[in-house]
Design a protein around this ligand. Structure first.
Ligand SMILES: [Cu+2]
Length: 516
């Protein structure tokens, strides 16, 4: 266990640097600038990558591992690999049984699945099942390090409503780098409801995994992480200038006309994606982190924060090509702008190209499921958690000045993470109200082994698409969560709660709770 190790050193390319620190870098430079798309130009030239035409590569569809079709035994091998983000420039990466990322694992509710994680890396790792409700000893948190050459074999009892979850490393002080190198994969929990509802569910055809990440690359194509020190990446989290979708830059996806289901996962270290379609069409959110809503929610924009998942239905009946775009990170104020003047503020990250085939699914259901009820009056206790990432000033405001951040303790309630300290004790089958307060900047707050509903944001109402059961929530200012504790965790394998900006987590913005 690398406790007490130095923090990974991060190379500074952070665009969220106050202007008086870096007077020349005022424009957020995505690899795909909207202007270059408009004029059919090339991308990547800023890095000397040569010509990479947008929408020239198909969206990679990770291999589907359907656990039930292989005796409910799933093997994952964490290993180094090589993956060509740029043609002719293979990049050193990490992946699970793949050069980068990993398979999409489908698990059925009611099944017991033996997962085997083999560590073929030259460093220790852990594998956390983010969003699966399993006991602490199976959760894959920082206490479950798997050393190089060793394997870990938890047996997971799957008993939760259908959802889109994911898996990723959680080794304390090395989580951010390992995920940035490529270790992440999606999990689909299936309970049969989507078939009954007539939702799109043909994997890779009208049911697509969309794993959104951002990366910085060096001119030789290598991933730019951990080579130089820049405290700004720790303060704001590492944010790259190139967006990748399932490991590809600006891919296209052929889709059938009619309704297509996208399982969106923000697998970025720190970036909030502000999604919309280039024609600003309406689409429907049908599920968040912990499952389906009672009814689809119509939106034209959707913010997805690190580790969040949303399932959306997009109607391609008009057979027109359309790009999925991301805009300025509104949670980051002036430093989240794509362009300095805010004019060309959205950039395309991939394109959907409807085919001439017949639509597979035409009708949007009006009702989905009846999610488990939640009653704030049932809460047995109220707690407050103050998340501080070490910035003493207020969040950056548009047009505002920000003071030089003072060095402050990174932690929760004034305590930096300590693997030997249990911070909170909860009781099984109870609910509590957790009030989360973000200091310095918005933090995406995640709780292991539990699901919650957002009761209020800044004391006010919650938007419809954030009212479902979740396990991570971006907290700007203050939010109240009603947390349901239905999984046990003992002292030797406690559950974590933490900020999912991975550099914050590694720096100690994390606590531990037990549940019995
Ligand atoms: Cu944070």
């Amino acid at each position: 266990m690398p406790r007490g190790d130095k923090l990974p050193l991060l190379k500074g390319k952070n665009p969220f640097v106050p202007i008086h620190w870096r007077p020349t870098l005022t424009r957020r430079q995505f690899t795909i600038g909207s202007a270059t798309i408009l004029f059919g130009g090339v991308i990547g030239s800023r890095h000397g990558m040569g010509e990479v035409a947008p929408f020239s590569a198909p969206l990679p569809i990770p291999k589907l591992v359907d656990a039930a079709k292989q005796g409910n035994a799933v093997k994952l091998k964490a290993a180094s690999g090589r993956h060509a983000f740029f043609k002719g420039k293979p990049t050193h990466t990490y992946g699970y049984s793949a050069p980068v990322l990993g398979p999409v694992i489908r698990l059925r509710r009611g099944d017991e699945v033996e997962m085997t994680v083999e560590n073929a890396l030259d460093v220790a790792t852990t594998t956390h099942w983010h969003g699966l409700l399993v006991p602490g000893h199976n959760d894959g948190g920082p206490h479950q390090a798997v050393n190089p050459g060793e394997s870990w074999r938890p047996v997971l009892k799957i008993d939760q409503p259908a959802t889109t979850a994911w898996f990723h490393p959680h080794l304390h002080h090395d989580t951010a780098r390992q995920i940035y190198m490529g270790l992440a994969g999606m999990i689909i929990v299936d309970d049969g409801f989507d078939a009954r509802l007539g939702l799109p569910r043909t994997y890779g055809v009208d049911d697509l995994p969309i794993i959104l990440q951002d990366r910085s690359f060096n001119p030789d194509g290598s991933i730019d992480y951990g080579t130089d020190a820049d405290s700004m990446d720790i303060v704001y989290g590492a944010r790259g200038d190139t967006i990748i979708v399932n490991g590809a830059i600006a891919p296209f996806a052929k889709v059938p006309p009619g309704l297509v289901r996208l399982r969106l996962l923000n697998g970025a270290n720190a970036q909030n994606f502000e999604l919309r379609f280039s024609d600003q069409r309406t689409f429907h959110v049908i599920a968040s982190d912990q499952g389906f809503f009672s009814a689809p929610v119509a939106v034209t924009k959707l913010r997805i924060s690190p580790a969040e998942r949303f399932e959306i239905l997009v109607d391609f009946t008009n057979r027109k090509m359309v790009a999925l775009e991301t805009g300025p990170d509104e949670a980051m104020g002036i430093f989240g702008r794509v362009s300095a003047d805010g004019s060309s503020d959205y950039v395309p990250i991939m394109r959907f190209e409807p085919t001439a085939a017949a639509p597979m699914v035409r009708h949007l259901p009006t009702r989905l499921i009846e999610p488990a009820a939640s009653n704030p009056d049932s809460a047995v206790r109220r707690r407050q958690f103050v998340l501080n990432s070490g910035i003493c000033g207020t969040r950056p405001a548009v047009g505002g000045q920000m003071a030089m951040p003072a060095v402050a303790l990174v932690g929760i309630n004034g305590k930096t993470h300590d693997m030997s300290r249990i911070d909170v004790e909860t009781q099984l089958w109870t609910t509590e109200v957790w009030e989360i307060v973000s200091i310095g900047m918005p933090h995406p707050f995640h709780i292991h082994g539990a699901s919650f509903r957002i009761l209020s944001i800044e004391g006010g109402p919650v938007p419809a698409h954030l009212k479902g059961w979740k396990d991570v929530a971006l907290v700007e200012g203050k939010a109240e969560l009603l947390v349901a504790f239905n999984q046990p965790a003992m002292r030797d394998h406690p559950f974590m709660y933490h900020c999912h900006i991975l550099e914050h987590e590694d720096a100690g913005l994390m606590g531990q709770y037990i549940c019995a």
